[in-house]
Design a protein around this ligand. Structure first.
Ligand code: GDP
Ligand code: MG
Length: 200
């Protein structure tokens, strides 16, 4: 039920889609450096995985057109350029977010401990109750797990988040989770009425 369209902002297809789209959903990737944000980004858009540690992948924003219930939505997914290493993500990165994937690495205790402080940044600078946030335990292909599902689920519940696990390396649960977040954000944006859709 999803339809992909142009990726860069200078093609005629993109211009046309901008005119027709019912709304724009902004999704951001947050979490410690090394948790797999850039690989999630490249797995979702390019179906590629990189073994090397990449602080900047060269891409930081991709746009997809999603056809949902016969209406087009422009979905923008934003990766950091590595500033999270210095805890220096720009304010505007958070401010426009409708949805967030907050990642930790299930083999890295510190990345899990830092989830709470990432949540503080998101709560302080984000859109508030209209902001959908999923907690993501990444790298479930690895055997040296330090954080079990129950621990992560408990933290997620205490922070009011849904929890999902994935592997960007083995391509487990990546599309499913990103799609779910997109649909939730779209549903948040619209109210279905007898007359069709109305923008909130
Ligand atoms: P970022 O700093 O959050 O953007 O993380 P990167 O995407 O650059 O990934 C950091 C490191 O973790 C790289 O060496 C990746 O190859 C590795 N990595 C990312 N996702 C996975 C995964 O699902 N499984 C495994 N085993 N390694 C991963
Ligand atoms: Mg990165």
């Amino acid at each position: 039920d999803q339809q992909e369209s142009s990726k860069h902002s200078n093609g005629p297809t993109e211009d046309k889609s901008l005119i027709k789209a019912e709304g724009t959903i902004n999704i951001i990737l947050v979490g410690d450096s090394g948790t797999g944000k850039s690989n999630l980004f490249s797995r979702y858009f390019l179906n590629e995985f990189k073994e090397d540690f990449i602080s900047t992948i060269g891409l930081d924003k991709q746009i997809k057109l999603i056809n949902y219930k016969n209406h087009l939505y422009r979905v923008s997914i934003n990766d950091t350029a590595g500033q999270e290493r210095f805890r220096a993500l720009p304010l505007k990165y958070f401010q426009n977010a409708d949805g967030t994937l907050l990642l930790f690495d299930i083999t890295n205790q510190e990345s899990f401990d830092n989830v709470k402080s990432w949540m503080q940044d998101l709560q302080k600078n984000g859109k508030g109750k209209n902001h959908r946030i999923y907690l993501i335990g990444n790298k479930i292909d690895l055997s040296d797990r330090k954080i079990n599902q129950d621990q992560a689920q408990t933290i997620a519940e205490s922070l009011g988040l849904k929890y999902y696990e994935m592997s960007c390396k083995e391509n487990i649960n990546v599309n499913e989770v990103v799609s779910r977040l997109i649909v939730e954000c779209i549903n948040n944006l619209i109210t279905e009425t007898d007359n069709g859709f109305q923008l909130n």
